[in-house]
Design a protein around this ligand. Structure first.
Ligand code: ADP
Ligand code: MG
Length: 387
């Protein structure tokens, strides 16, 4: 009820962030431009967010002294990292507002609970089975092959996943994961992938960004495209409604993203939930009234939600560590940033990571255009400049 909603936290005050990756860094930038100070909890002395935070608490995510320091400093705390121990969020919640809450994050960080939850809400998911033992693989339905075995916890960017054609391959994959709990899901015939980034406030109000169309390479997001002019297609409306049902079911307060598959027969399937801003929402930093990070600041602080309308069309290109390696020689080189920045409409974001490794997310470029065709054309010039 309204009476139990705490008053907003004003600019000038401190907000807390658990996790020091690029999402935390972009949160810091957004919070600081609204006049807040940010304390980041992350053990890594080189973390991208720690480098720009007003205070970097270098401690593990379950370090009691670090958590205490964070909650003494900050009235409200959020996270950029779904694998934060739910227990830590619980601990923080005794002294500070924690958005999203431990309950929601606990569901989302475990693929078995996540899939069961989404299915229970009435949103379709891929056919799957929870796998705890090799016997569960023997008992899995024939329809789950060919499939994908995904570790229930700690996977990202296609890591902790194996495509398996047969039960034998699934047993081998389970063993190679060290026998951890997994989900085995059917490999689906995808026509496309899309995602919905949304925010839901403590009062239950929700806002949605236009859904991005996503292209993945090797299990990692490569390109997201948003056409500012095309009216919401039926499938995007269906996805937004499904995301809202999920957010309400989780009593979610914060920014979240739901990834979807569109199957070749047109059906919409929910893939996974991220309890935080999402790579596919990075386009909002330049092409929307409020970025997803500003939105996360607003929700954390209990402010009114920001506008989500598109200002223009946009293609977001991820920059992976691979572009630091010369194709011909395999040797390291610096990408040609001036060539990227020479493309009209290109907005470059680099995360300040010290070491470029293949498959590592180092930054992204939002390429803006008045029409989606303009943005796509300019994006191909940026891709060329990146080599
Ligand atoms: P991550 O946590 O690494 O993002 P996802 O479950 O989202 O893991 O899988 C990464 C990508 O792999 C998806 O975006 C999609 O391209 C592909 N993928 C995952 N599950 C399936 C599936 N059941 N059928 C077909 N493709 C899939
Ligand atoms: Mg994913």
């Amino acid at each position: 009820n309204e009476a139990s909603i705490p008053p907003p936290i004003s600019p000038g005050d401190w907000l807390g962030m658990i996790g020091g990756g690029q999402l935390g860094r972009m949160y810091c930038h957004a919070a600081q431009s609204l006049g807040y100070k940010v304390a980041v909890l992350d053990p890594d002395p080189q973390s991208p967010a720690g480098a720009v935070a007003d205070l970097h608490i270098r401690a593990a995510y379950d370090d009691q002294a670090g958590l205490k320091q964070l909650s003494e400093r900050c009235k409200a705390i959020t996270t950029e990292f779904e694998n934060v121990p739910a227990q830590s969020l619980e601990t923080l919640a005794s002294a500070s507002l924690v958005r999203p809450g431990a309950q929601a994050v606990a569901v989302v960080q475990d693929r078995i609970r996540e899939k069961a939850f989404i299915k229970n809400i009435g949103v379709p998911v891929a056919p799957y089975a929870a796998i705890h033992t090799p016997q569960d693989i023997d008992a899995a339905a024939e329809g789950l092959f060919p499939g994908i075995l995904k570790a229930a916890r700690l996977g990202y960017d296609g890591k902790g996943q194996a495509r398996v054609k047969t039960r034998e391959e699934a047993r081998q994959a389970l063993e190679s994961f060290g026998g951890v709990a997994c989900v085995l899901e059917a490999l689906l015939p995808l026509a496309s992938e899309l995602s919905v980034v949304m925010a839901r406030g403590a009062d239950g109000q929700a806002v949605f960004y236009p859904s991005a169309r996503n292209e993945h390479r090797d299990g990692i997001l490569a390109v997201s495209t948003v056409d500012a002019r095309s009216p919401d297609q039926a499938i995007a409306v269906q996805a937004a409604n499904a995301a809202l049902a999920i957010a309400e079911g989780l009593e979610y307060v914060g920014v979240l993203c739901v990834e979807f598959f569109v199957l070749q027969d047109g059906r919409l399937i929910a893939n996974e939930i991220a309890p935080r801003p999402h790579n596919s929402g990075h386009y909002t930093m330049n092409a929307s009234v409020s970025s997803q990070f500003e939105q996360q600041v607003r929700v954390t602080a209990g402010l009114p939600l920001g506008g989500t309308a598109s200002l223009c069309s946009v293609v977001m290109l991820n920059i992976l560590g691979d572009v630091w390696f010369d194709d011909a020689t395999g040797l390291k080189r610096e990408p040609d940033w001036p060539a990227v920045l020479a493309v009209p409409g290109a907005k470059l974001h680099l995360y300040g990571k010290s070491e470029a490794r293949r498959g590592r997310k180092m930054g992204h470029v939002n390429v803006l255009g008045a029409t989606v065709a303009d943005a796509v054309g300019a994006a191909s010039r940026v891709a060329h400049a990146l080599g």
